[in-house]
Design a protein around this ligand. Sequence first.
Ligand SMILES: NC(=O)c1ccc[n+]([C@@H]2O[C@H](COP(=O)([O-])OP(=O)(O)OC[C@H]3O[C@@H](n4cnc5c(N)ncnc54)[C@H](OP(=O)(O)O)[C@@H]3O)[C@@H](O)[C@H]2O)c1
Length: 283
Amino acid sequence: MSLMNTYTLENGVKIPVLGFGTWQTPAGKVATDAVLAALDAGFTHIDTAEMYGNEKSIGQAVKASGIARSDLFITSKLDNQAHTYELATQALDRSLSDLQTDYLDLFLIHWPNPKAFRDHDWEKHLQETWRALEDAYTAGKVKAIGVSNFKPKHFEVLKKTQKIQPMVDQIRICPGDVDRLTIDYCQQHDILLEAYSPFGTGQIFANETLKALAQKKKRSVAQLCLRWSLQHGYLPLPKSVHPARIKENTEVFDFELTESEMQQIDALKGVAGFATDPDTADF
Ligand SMILES: NC(=O)c1ccc[n+]([C@@H]2O[C@H](COP(=O)([O-])OP(=O)(O)OC[C@H]3O[C@@H](n4cnc5c(N)ncnc54)[C@H](OP(=O)(O)O)[C@@H]3O)[C@@H](O)[C@H]2O)c1
């Protein structure tokens, strides 16, 4: 496997196995420099969202890189305030314009049950929103559509009205935080799992088990976490704004974890906290 390897989504679209995360990467020079460093290190897959506030900077970096659009895989996600058909359609157009592109490779519903709609028929809003994504897909504005932070119950809501099943679920997966029920559901339904916060948003690095194992393997804890995720068949999305770390995070294809090393990592519980509950989150 290498950085050029891809998974194949249910509709045949190829998606690079490692993506570059950009949450909490401030818009402006920090974001453009980080994306340019990621492209330079060989990343071809960039993950952003309207709610990250950095799509314009990412679009500028992609333009400045001179890399052909067709050689890149760009994902964005829907604003939590936009869970109606019209608002979702407008939000996608905004992302396309900010990213200076006429299509996205993947567009996701960021959150199944945002606070703004929770007490206002959220299920109907979710179904309507999904219909907007299906129509955008049919119109060719997006090459693939999916969701994020969905649990089986949210998929069941979509199922009542969907014409197209989500192709991706982007959820928090890192050593110690593995939502078995959701993972099993996605694997049974041919929904690719993208693993966000593969380092528990930086909380994983203090873990002694991982530190010892990293030392034994002559690798960093970051590389160990990414390798563990890839060997499980997930698509990890590491974020960094430091070029040396960005490069380090791509160097995960020239070593392997043994079955017992995988099991040692699988046995960790809560070492970097747990995902926010999508049905009670304060946003
Ligand atoms: N769909 C969702 O709801 C959702 C939620 C969260 C995240 N995501 C996506 O997943 C991506 C990753 O998740 P995340 O941002 O929560 O965090 P993460 O990738 O788990 O961890 C990022 C943290 O680790 C540090 N770091 C990165 N590489 C390192 C290395 N090699 N050595 C030491 N430290 C390193 C970074 O610091 P520096 O930047 O200072 O290097 C940052 O503090 C996001 O950026 C976003 O694209 C999606």
